[in-house]
Write a protein that binds this ligand. Structure first.
Ligand SMILES: Cc1cc2nc3c(=O)[nH]c(=O)nc-3n(C[C@H](O)[C@H](O)[C@H](O)COP(=O)(O)O)c2cc1C
Length: 152
């Protein structure tokens, strides 16, 4: 008789962008990450965060209900607004399982050198102007390839 197949974890990822309402110093980002990592560890959430010129790009991965609840909390955070969910879909496996919330301090010139996004970032666009296609390109850049090593 065949061994019973192990039930796979229900997983989603949610990718959103937002605009900060305050100026985030490196210390503010560190503080945000410390709390996020502590919470996400308890919640079984992984992901990554980018911050550039007053805008955020965040990937949250985990159980669908947990991610939905966390997104609501994050959306209510007064330190940012214009939260736009760009991608929300089921996934087979996590892309950022090593990070409870990875952070890449990629600079503007780093972003401008990402394949397929050169023009977008050269024309002074920020994360809030990303559409789904470009968000996927940005995600792939950090998911595989050399940009992955910039996440810590
Ligand atoms: C851009 C941004 C990203 C955030 N990401 C997370 C996160 O991944 N996990 C988390 O718990 N809180 C995150 N937060 C903070 C939450 O909005 C909220 O302040 C925090 O979850 C409250 O934690 P506490 O109940 O332990 O005080 C984020 C906030 C901002 C502005």
């Amino acid at each position: 008789m065949e061994a019973e197949e192990e039930k796979k974890e229900d997983l989603v990822h949610c990718i959103y962008t937002s605009a900060s309402t305050i100026e985030f110093t490196p210390e503010d980002i560190t503080e945000l990450l410390e709390k996020a990592r502590r919470n996400n560890d308890k919640l079984g959430v992984s992901g990554m965060l980018l911050y550039d010129e007053g805008s955020f790009f965040q990937v949250l991965e985990g159980d669908p209900q947990v991610v939905a609840r966390l997104l609501k909390t994050i959306q209510n955070d007064k330190r940012h607004d214009k939260v736009v969910k760009i991608i929300y879909e089921d996934i087979e496996e996590r892309d950022f399982s090593e990070w409870t919330m990875g952070y890449s301090g990629a600079s503007r010139s780093d972003l401008q050198s990402i394949d397929g996004l050169n023009d977008f970032f050269q024309t002074n666009n920020t994360f809030v102007e990303l559409d789904e296609g470009r968000a996927k390109k940005l995600l792939s850049a950090f998911k595989d390839g050399k940009w992955r090593t910039s996440i810590n």
